[in-house]
Design a protein around this ligand. Structure first.
Ligand SMILES: Cc1cc2nc3c(=O)[nH]c(=O)nc-3n(C[C@H](O)[C@H](O)[C@H](O)COP(=O)(O)OP(=O)(O)OC[C@H]3O[C@@H](n4cnc5c(N)ncnc54)[C@H](O)[C@@H]3O)c2cc1C
Ligand code: SF4
Length: 337
């Protein structure tokens, strides 16, 4: 049995109080659903003396405000999985873990969950036997085989979908509120992958209302059809006119997650905008995804296979998109392109 070290728990009743409580104590951590934080505390990879409970402080649910949906950071993944207004996000939220974890886990915690690694998300005994690692108490990365870089993986299912939808996040710190494009939140550093100031609280995720002709898909690679974190997550969003190989691309975004500390939008799609999503274009974009995806060995699964599956998922997603399909089902089965 894994025993947790003791901690103090204080409950905030609104976002400003949460920020004040966080800053009032050394070694504080926010806790929302606790589904990421509590296992990390048990594994002693997070040390926090005070947990600031934000369950009562954060808004739950969503509202349309002008041309965007404002989603409270306290909204559970189970609630989001039923969000008919944003089917792409609903598919991704429904792909997280299993029902119990989706009932507890929040969108705020899913966006900000810690990076993961085979050599790090382990008991202290296990990590000690290996001499620890760069991210905690050690000096060496067992994945890279060197002393400088940590490539622990950002493993959220909703982040690629939110990035594809053009989402922003609203944060509250001691100096006030600010908004940040989700594309600008992440860094390629598994030890410190978030561009946040200490103690900033995520209060809302803001998603532009998609145009009527918008389409999307999220596909997830994982060993088992439930519970497992992604080994690869591919979100595709586009505005197309028409269906089939002559469908014209008005806008297109492809985001690839769960391969490194930094989920990334696929670059170089602009030349395809304004033209048809023909078979040749589908192949060219899928090839581009293969070339630019470098899965790190920090999660389960052969890296070359995960890279190949980026090409497969992009191809499948684009073909579904041009047929006007709604988000494709989650699929963990290795399949040919
Ligand atoms: C067995 C298992 C399987 C899982 N599978 C998946 C999976 O397939 N896909 C996936 O994406 N996730 C998975 N998870 C991770 C986790 O369940 C989800 O990411 C969940 O959404 C985390 O939300 P939470 O509210 O529980 O976060 P918490 O654990 O409460 O917090 C996570 C982190 O975010 C910080 N935080 C939380 N809310 C805020 C906020 N509003 N402002 C600032 N900081 C905040 C916390 O301090 C902590 O560092 C899995 C977890 C387990 C245990
Ligand atoms: S990628 Fe390397 S440094 Fe980072 S957690 Fe894994 S083993 Fe540790």
């Amino acid at each position: 049995m894994l025993r947790m070290d003791g901690f103090d728990f204080v409950r905030a009743s609104d976002p400003a109080e949460a920020v004040a409580l966080w800053h009032a104590q050394p070694d504080s951590a926010y806790i929302a659903g606790g589904t990421d934080l509590l296992p990390n505390l048990k594994h002693r990879i997070v040390q926090a003396r005070t947990l600031v409970g934000v369950g009562d402080a954060l808004a739950k649910g969503w509202a349309r405000v002008g041309e965007a949906y404002e989603i409270g950071a306290g909204t559970t993944l189970a609630a989001l999985a039923a969000m008919g207004e944003l089917p792409l996000l609903a598919t991704a939220a429904g792909a997280v873990a299993g029902p119990q974890l989706r009932n507890m886990g929040t969108i705020g915690g899913n966006v900000l969950l810690d990076t993961r690694c085979l050599f790090y998300n382990q008991t202290e005994f296990w990590r000690k036997s290996l001499g620890y690692c760069l991210k905690a108490e050690g000096t060496w990365c067992h994945v890279v085989g060197g002393p400088k870089t940590c490539v622990a993986t950002q493993s959220s299912d909703t982040v690629p979908a939110l990035m594809a939808l053009g989402a922003r996040i609203r944060l509250l710190g001691p100096g006030g509120a600010r908004e940040l494009d989700l594309n600008d939140l992440f860094k390629f550093n598994g030890m410190d992958h978030l561009k946040l100031s200490a103690g900033e609280l995520l209060t809302h995720v803001i998603v532009p209302v998609p145009a009527a002709e918008a389409r999307g898909s999220y596909q997830k690679l994982r060993t088992r059809g439930a519970i497992d974190f992604p080994q690869l997550g591919v979100a595709i969003w586009g505005r197309l006119q028409g269906v089939g190989p002559t469908a014209q691309i008005d806008a297109l975004r492809v985001v690839i997650g769960a391969v490194s500390p930094q989920p990334k939008a696929l670059a170089g799609l602009d030349p395809f905008v304004g033209g048809p999503l023909s078979d040749e274009v589908v192949s060219a974009i899928a090839e581009q995804a293969f070339k630019s995806t470098r899965p790190q060995g920090s999660v389960h699964g052969d890296s070359a296979w995960r890279r190949h599956m980026a090409r497969v998922f992009v191809r499948r997603g684009l073909l579904a998109l041009r047929e006007g399909a709604q988000p494709a089902p989650v699929d963990g089965a290795p399949a040919a392109a």
